[in-house]
Design a protein around this ligand. Structure first.
Ligand code: 13P
Length: 260
């Protein structure tokens, strides 16, 4: 079955009050009114405190959390259990975002533990991987990505593995207004596909969705996603503008019409 295009909106640590959240959602509903989304799915990832405010979303929109802990319950001050998320109707969770690797010291081991725990607790993890500027300059992009892929997939069954969504976010492209070329993204997509085919099998590899993230804008949406063979995008700053989210969905619908 064809995988729907996925747009993940990472609102990061923005929307500072309940009023701001309400306003954001009002605009989102207004912008999406009357626009049928048939080819795509959206996952909104607001700050954890506001997740419940996102209960009523337009059709084809789902909710995701920005982080999760690996234990189910206990003395872990400040952490959120995967069971809490699941019990509260959350389906997806971002894991291993480079900002968490940078500011919260998340290592590949932690990313693996969190990913495996999320899967065991029936959440769908959107796991971020990406090379640093330095790794890119030294021609180490592929080896850096392979190490991160190994961290995520080793020890997973095929059935678990196909629930993972990979988000390729080069660290130097986040918040920078710089993006890799379509060709570079395509190369990374091939690398991921080959890795998954080798370690799982071709069918499983094809079912695993791979997204691009890092300075995504509607102006060059196609170039960083479908033209590069990606199954969707992970959007940061632009997702703070509901108009932009809806515009991107419209662009994908147009592209689908054009090729059908
Ligand atoms: P920007 O789109 O703001 O570059 O952020 C990308 C990102 O980190 C999404 O998770």
């Amino acid at each position: 079955m064809k995988k729907p295009f996925l747009l993940v909106a990472n609102l990061k640590m923005n929307l500072l009050s309940r009023d701001e959240v309400k306003q954001y959602l009002q605009v989102l509903h207004r912008e999406s009114e009357g626009k049928r989304i048939t080819q795509a799915e959206v996952i909104m990832c607001p700050p954890i405190l506001w997740l419940n405010e996102f209960n009523h979303l337009p059709e084809a929109f789902h909710k995701g959390a920005q982080n999760v802990f690996w234990e189910k319950s206990g003395s872990y001050t400040g952490e959120i259990s995967p069971v809490m998320l699941k019990n509260d109707g959350i389906e997806y969770v971002l894991i291993g975002h480079s900002e968490r690797r940078l500011y919260a010291g998340e290592t590949n081991d932690i990313v693996r533990t969190k990913t495996h725990s999320a899967l065991k607790n029936l959440l769908m993890p959107i796991v971020c991987i990406g090379e640093s500027e330095e790794e890119r300059r030294r021609g180490m992009t592929h080896s850096a990505l392979e190490i991160q892929l190994e961290g995520i997939f080793s020890g997973l069954s095929k059935l678990q593995a196909e629930k993972v969504i990979i988000a390729y976010e080069p660290r130097w492209a986040i918040g920078s207004d710089r993006t890799p070329t379509t060709e570079e993204i395509r190369e990374v997509k091939n690398l991921i596909q080959n890795y998954l085919t080798k370690h799982l099998d071709e069918g499983t590899a094809e079912r695993i969705r791979v997204l691009y993230g890092g300075s995504v804008k509607s102006a060059y949406l196609g170039a960083v996603s479908w033209e590069a063979g990606m199954d969707g995008v992970l959007v940061g700053r632009e997702s703070l503008f509901p108009y932009e989210i809806v515009k991107m969905l419209g662009l994908y619908e147009q592209y689908q019409l054009a090729i059908s």
